[in-house]
Write a protein that binds this ligand. Structure first.
Ligand code: BEZ
Ligand code: FE
Length: 287
């Protein structure tokens, strides 16, 4: 390996790994080395720039805790998470979108028609729709697992030191035999992703803001179908076209409208809402 130069080093590095020929691991590792070396050659990276990248990654590690994963945030703001979501959306299924950092897998089970908001300030909205397969067949028993920010753009989990319960504004609903889900909640407001760390520095360096447009988070599961992780967004809300993590897709934008035809829906609701918002989810078969 002593005849190595800037053109032969790439192959030498790939050859140094004794990976199983043709394996997925080998493809990804070799592809990563190829792209990284090509990038470095194309831009004639200086030592200062190289060290800047390594220090940035070091800082991301330093600020990370079990509750704060700065690398996921980095992946989000550079559209890496969105790209993985888009590539992995199955044909016919609802498009995927960000999981975000505030998911809890043990959210309380709630009855259809329950109110998630208690007496929180803001616009009370009925969120409802169906979970079906791509042929519109209702998926009875599908579980709609949701979590969200409040009417001022804060997740209760972020304010536990101020007495908030981290399980507030979240719940799991089991769809009825028509595949329907329905509940009332408070309309969330936009909020900023954490920008007090290295990812915030990156946003400032690129003259970018840290705002996420308002959204509701969902994971939808059914025993025979592929689960989806996605979000619902709202027409005409701030930052809908500048979401800091590139989560918005046209197909995920819902309308919030005045209450109309509530009686015909026949829902038993814990609370009478101010407005309504309908959104149907479609799951694709497993595999
Ligand atoms: C969120 O949707 O909650 C979120 C997503 C990415 C970064 C920070 C927060
Ligand atoms: Fe969120």
């Amino acid at each position: 390996m002593r005849d190595i130069n800037q053109f032969t080093v790439t192959q030498a590095v790939k050859d140094s790994f004794k990976t199983e020929p043709g394996s997925r691991f080998e493809q990804l590792l070799h592809g990563f080395i190829d792209h990284l070396h090509d990038f470095t050659r194309e831009h004639s990276l200086t030592h200062e720039e190289w060290m800047g990248v390594l220090n940035f990654l070091y800082d991301c590690g330093q600020i990370s805790t079990p509750e704060r994963h700065e690398f996921i945030l980095l992946s989000d703001v550079i559209g890496f998470s969105a790209l993985v979501d888009m590539i992995n959306t199955k044909g016919g299924a609802t498009e995927g979108s960000n999981l975000g950092p505030f998911y809890l897998d043990n959210a309380p089970e709630k009855k259809l028609g329950a109110d998630l908001a208690d007496d929180r300030d803001g616009v009370s909205v009925l969120v409802f729709g169906k979970v079906t397969d791509s042929l519109h067949k209702p998926l009875a028993g599908a579980v709609v697992d949701t979590w969200q920010a409040d009417g001022s753009g804060t997740y209760p989990i972020q304010e536990q030191d101020q007495g908030q319960d981290k399980y507030d504004l979240r719940g799991k609903f089991t769809c009825d035999d028509q595949g329907r889900y329905y509940y009332t909640t408070v309309l969330p407001k936009p909020y900023t992703v954490p920008y007090d760390g290295p990812v915030g520095d990156l946003l400032r360096a690129g003259n970018r803001h840290a705002w996420r447009t308002a959204h509701l988070h969902y994971i939808i599961r059914h025993p025979h179908m592929s689960a989806i992780t996605t979000e619902i967004f709202f027409e005409n809300t701030d930052y809908i076209d500048q979401d800091a993590v590139f989560g918005v897709r046209k197909s995920l934008i819902a309308k919030v409208r005045p209450l109309k035809g509530l009686d015909e829906l026949g829902f038993e609701l814990e609370k009478t809402p101010d407005a309504m918002c309908e959104f149907d989810f479609v799951l694709a078969p497993e595999g």
